[in-house]
Design a protein around this ligand. Structure first.
Ligand code: ADP
Ligand code: NA
Length: 327
């Protein structure tokens, strides 16, 4: 095909929430018609930080594929696969590690940040330091021309380009240097107004039931200045209003804005209205999640077929790589 090839992955660390959907997955879904897409579940990467407690990775991998399929990733349009099923990633990682200077990894801005952020884990491992080298292998093994990522991941893609350039310089040109395709991230806030994250128990998951959604929405923090029912509110600082903008029809949004500012509507009523539109928005996704949970053989088949397709491409690249390295 003439379409530009892109590669991106997600770590299977738990159920997907609205932040993952709007911040990453929806973007992938939108790219499917226009790009030659390879999307993978990065289970080896999950081990870099969860190596002490790996028991859930297989379950999370399957559940992540279920969430992907339910949200609209389509195995007819994209190659959907599981990283650890393509051993070639590991071989390329090893070869790239030979040519990657350690200071390139030590100066990676997210490296120290994450070590500081995840104090409860010992991340002084070789695997954690080498995470961006494995990531480079994941990407260039498919000769990706672009990688859709948020701004926080941009330094990693720059490192991928540097590693590809160094390989080509030493052994002859095998890899294109992939472009960073920046996703304008709409950062979704959780029920407590912090960034929505599975680690803060402030997330609404794609798989939540209508009852769970209504309960979580009822607990959402609104405009902190609005204390009494009669206080006027400010929609521009209210996360419930942001959710209205995402899920409610435009005429309701246009009505909620002035009604909040004049205290005509209270937060309880406003949340109830929004919750129903969020429930309706997630309902087809949730139905599909239910379907795939009852048809895990189909999910397994998607992962097997996608991984077979990916492996063919990866094996072809590896043959060129071994030639280039003369090994
Ligand atoms: P990781 O732990 O590998 O960073 P996460 O599960 O945190 O992965 O996130 C997966 C994807 O979802 C990433 O692309 C991330 O930027 C995006 N994401 C996570 N939380 C949010 C959020 N609250 N708003 C927008 N995007 C988010
Ligand atoms: Na994250």
């Amino acid at each position: 095909t003439e379409k530009k090839r892109i590669v991106s992955g997600m770590r299977p660390t738990g159920a997907l929430h609205l932040g993952n959907l709007h911040g990453a997955l929806q973007n992938w879904i939108n790219m499917q018609p226009d790009y030659d897409c390879f999307f993978f579940i990065a289970d080896w990467h999950a081990l870099t930080s969860d190596y002490e407690n790996p028991g859930n990775i297989k379950k999370y991998t399957r559940n992540m594929m279920i969430d992907w399929l339910a949200a609209g990733l389509d195995p007819e349009k994209s190659v959907l696969f599981v990283q650890s099923r393509i051993r070639e990633h590991a071989e390329l990682f090893l070869l790239l590690s030979m040519i990657t200077p350690v200071p390139w990894l030590e100066r990676n801005p997210t490296y120290k940040e994450q070590i500081d952020a995840l104090q409860n884990k010992d991340l002084s491992t070789f695997g954690f330091l080498g995470y961006p080298v494995l990531q480079a292998a994941d990407i260039i093994i498919y000769k990706a021309e672009g990688v859709p990522v948020g701004i926080d991941q941009a330094p990693h893609i720059e490192l991928t380009r540097e590693i590809a350039r160094r390989f080509n310089h030493l052994y002859g040109r095998v890899f294109p240097e992939p472009d960073t395709i920046l996703t304008e991230i709409s950062k979704i806030l959780g029920t407590d107004r912090r960034k929505m994250s599975k680690s803060y128990s402030n997330a609404i998951f794609l798989s939540d039931s209508p009852e769970q959604i209504r309960k979580k929405v009822s607990q959402m923090i609104t405009d902190p200045q609005r204390i009494k029912r009669t206080d006027p509110g400010d929609p521009s600082v209210c996360n419930v209003f942001t959710f209205h903008q995402l899920y409610s029809p435009t005429d309701l949004v246009a009505q909620v804005d002035p009604d909040c500012r004049s205290a005509k509507i209270g937060c309880v009523e406003c949340k109830k209205k929004m919750a129903e539109h969020l429930v309706a928005y997630l309902s087809p996704i949730r139905d599909k999640i239910e379907y795939y949970k009852n048809h895990t053989d189909q999910v397994e088949q998607v992962m097997a077929e996608g991984s077979d397709k990916a492996r063919q491409v990866a094996a072809k690249t590896l043959a060129e790589v071994r030639d280039a390295v003369r090994i």
